[in-house]
Design a protein around this ligand. Structure first.
Ligand code: SF4
Length: 352
């Protein structure tokens, strides 16, 4: 059985969420926009690390946003969609300009590397690492890039980064990929701005303005980088914790756990509804208009995207960015705000 940072996060957060998302493989047809924003940003940066030209990096963003079914968005969400698309390109373009010297400072880059490790017999932990960089001395570094709401970036945030489970997990995966331990982490944080597209502005003009904001005099208050070394104590703690988490998940699955509890304290985390909100609010019924079941297509990429979204800050997006996370209100109207006809097929009830 395979486990990931995001699946174990789900189990920690709410057993019902783990059952729906990781065992039944239920997926919302209406993916919250913050997932796309995070994935598109990381895709742009990854392409840049691979040495691709700017147009090819932009194309990566276009591909991610192109996966969104615009017919599921109302007029307001469609406007946000275009604005976020432009915002990602503007922000990422400024990011690669700011850190252009990375290409000289580091001699080798490995991008989007996957690995799996056996933490307890027959149970695997797996994940994708965005970027591994080798410096001139031959030492390897994990590069992490996060976008956060301005209010999030406190000194406590930076303290917590050093014990972050996702990054410590990357260290174990990196060891498997490289055959040696990475020495540390280069941690980049980008603050989200509240700039919005003006009425008279085109999407392209807004994109240029965002790039200029991030490349201009505000830049030092928008981009932050810290480097830190990994240490044995934190790595050992992670290993013990994750062996225990995985043993618990495996046991719950093996014993066909019958009562998956609902942690309602997690339903509105970050101010946005959980992706399974409509199911839980509907007494466990899975509406086929809103959700796909046993969706394994692209599950590897999806898992990586979920991991990124699980750790990227989602607070800056606001309720509209979440596109109501599959709420009935959102998906029951078409692109012009008209009521959408339901497909036949009926609903299924989730067994708890
Ligand atoms: S909506 Fe709440 S109870 Fe339901 S899966 Fe999500 S977090 Fe759990």
């Amino acid at each position: 059985m395979k486990h990931s940072y995001s699946s174990l996060q789900n189990l920690d957060s709410c057993q019902q969420l783990y059952l729906l998302e990781n065992i039944k493989k239920v997926r919302s047809r209406h993916r919250p926009l913050y997932f796309t924003i995070g994935t598109a940003f990381h895709e742009f940066i990854g392409a840049w690390h691979m040495g691709l030209p700017h147009e090819a990096c932009v194309k990566k963003v276009d591909e991610e946003f192109g996966k969104i079914d615009l017919s599921l968005l109302n007029a307001e969400q469609t406007a946000d969609f275009h604005m976020d698309w432009a915002r990602v390109i503007g922000m990422a373009s400024a990011y690669v300009e700011r850190y252009a010297s990375d290409r000289d400072q580091y001699q080798k880059f490995l991008v989007e590397k996957h690995a799996e490790i056996e933490l307890i017999p027959d149970e695997l932990y797996h994940g994708y690492i965005d970027v591994l960089m080798q410096d001139a001395s031959g030492a390897w570094w994990i590069k992490e890039t996060k976008t956060v709401a301005a209010s999030t970036l406190t000194e406590a945030y930076w303290q917590k980064v050093k014990i972050d489970n996702q990054t410590l997990g990357y260290a174990f995966l990196a060891k498997k990929i490289l055959g040696e331990w990475p020495v540390g982490v280069v941690y980049d944080v980008i603050k989200k701005t509240q700039h919005r597209k003006r009425a008279q502005e085109t999407v392209q003009q807004f994109c240029t303005r965002i790039r200029n904001v991030y490349a201009g005099k505000e830049a030092d208050n928008l981009f932050f980088r810290r480097e830190y070394l990994l240490n044995r104590t934190d790595l050992k703690r992670w290993l013990d914790d994750y062996r225990q988490k995985i043993a618990r998940a495996a046991e719950m699955r093996r014993n066909q756990h019958t009562r998956w509890t609902m942690n309602t304290g997690h339903c509105l985390k970050w101010g946005n509804p959980c992706g399974m909100f409509a199911i839980c609010m509907g007494g466990g019924e899975i509406d086929p208009v809103l959700y796909k079941e046993k969706d394994e297509t692209g599950s590897k990429k999806e898992d990586a995207a979920n991991s990124k979204a699980a750790s990227d800050d989602k607070q800056g997006g606001g309720p509209r960015d979440a596109a109501d996370a599959g709420s009935k209100r959102t998906a029951s109207v078409d692109g012009r705000g008209r009521p959408r006809k339901r497909k036949s097929g009926g609903r299924k009830k989730v067994s708890k």
